[in-house]
Design a protein around this ligand. Structure first.
Ligand code: KG4
Ligand code: ZN
Length: 338
């Protein structure tokens, strides 16, 4: 089954063609990052306009690269939630038009389910059940993936997403948007013990997380240094910040692995590219005899292939939409009825 998959929830327009949920025939991405960089973050209105400009040509490019005709597409999939509403709408409307014109099923895919499914592309042998740590620019959660379309959220951030904090701290340190990768590189040259940053334990659920206190503490430290004219060791601050994020994520994942008894851990989302977090996860899981699935960096960020992968399983579960499909800025990964 060849699925044409569309992703436009943030600042990447992406169209991929994925066969049977596992084989990527092509994965085309038009990134807008350079454009948003001058504003220090994503400007939603610009994102929507750029999606409109890019999406049609990208779909044509995907077909050409895969060497397929339109008739060889068996279904059209699209990220319908969550994301910047104007941006998601562009993809949803394009996918609806394509499905209508081709007379093929329309498959709505939750963006975070897509991030999880990136693991199916990187690891052909991986099948649920497994535990998944989702760490992206907009979401941070620990998900018990019982089956391809059956999930349980064990814990989630109660405020900011981890990636959001990387980007905010990076921005204040003058790093180009999105700051995560630059902050990661700087952290590798720093000494984390030079600065003390908090690790918060919010609420009653031991799996829930909070990053806004950590973000504020890091920003205060930077502003205070500026005010008193103290020279900041940026690399060490980045190292301390990254360590605090990792110390928030990894022990919760370890506890979740213990409690669920899962022997496999997948990681998903852009922050999964972080070298420190990767290493800490590999170490902790290794000590527990847990197998870790870390997709390559290309599949960690937003892409269309991950949407095409998840779409295959959504289709098998009967999760198809009609022309009344809408876009949603927020929606639970648990996938209540559309
Ligand atoms: O999953 P993603 O591409 O988009 C969302 O769906 O949010 O994640 C983007 C996020 C950004 O916040 C970016 O700064 C972060 O992933 N990121 C990193 C690294 N590479 C990307 N954060 C920390 N370390 C990295 N190496
Ligand atoms: Zn994403």
């Amino acid at each position: 089954m060849n699925i044409l998959a569309v992703e436009s929830s943030c600042d990447e327009t992406a169209v991929a063609i994925v066969r049977d949920g596992r084989q990527v025939l092509t994965d085309c991405i038009a990134s807008q990052v350079e454009l948003h960089r001058i504003y220090g973050g994503v400007v939603p209105e610009i994102a929507s306009r750029m999606h409109i400009e890019a999406i049609y040509a990208l779909a044509e490019q995907a077909l050409a690269e895969a060497g397929l005709t339109r008739n060889e597409i068996d279904a059209v999939a699209v990220t319908y939630a969550p994301g910047l509403i104007g941006a998601v709408l562009v993809g949803v409307n394009f996918a609806k038009a394509a499905a209508l014109a081709l007379n093929k099923p329309l498959i709505p895919v939750h963006h975070i389910r897509g991030h999880i499914a990136a693991n199916y592309l990187a690891y052909p042998e991986l099948e649920p059940p497994f535990l998944c740590l989702v760490v992206s620019g907009g979401h941070t959660m620990i998900v018990d993936v019982r089956d391809y379309t059956e999930m349980r959220i064990l814990g989630t951030t109660l405020d900011d997403a981890a990636g959001e904090c990387f980007d905010k701290v990076g921005r204040v340190l003058g790093m180009p948007y999105p700051g995560g990768a630059a902050l990661d590189a700087a952290a590798q040259r720093g000494d984390e013990s030079k600065y003390t940053l908090p690790r918060s334990k919010p609420g009653a659920n031991p799996y829930d997380m909070s990053f806004s206190g950590l973000k504020t503490a890091a920003l205060n430290l930077i502003h205070h240094a500026e005010q008193v004219g103290e020279e900041l060791d940026i690399n060490s601050l980045c190292a301390a910040f990254t360590a605090a994020v990792s110390d928030t994520l990894v022990p919760r994942v370890v506890q979740a692995l213990r409690e669920t008894g899962q022997k496999r851990l997948a990681v998903a989302g852009g922050v999964a590219a972080n070298s420190r977090i990767r290493n800490d996860i590999l170490k902790a899981a290794g000590e527990m005899g847990v197998e870790v699935y870390l997709p390559p960096l290309k599949l960690c960020g937003d892409n269309g292939a991950m949407i095409g992968a998840q779409a295959y399983y959504e289709y098998q579960a009967g999760n198809v939409a009609d022309m009344s499909l809408n876009a949603y800025a927020t929606k639970s990964i648990l996938g209540e009825a559309l």
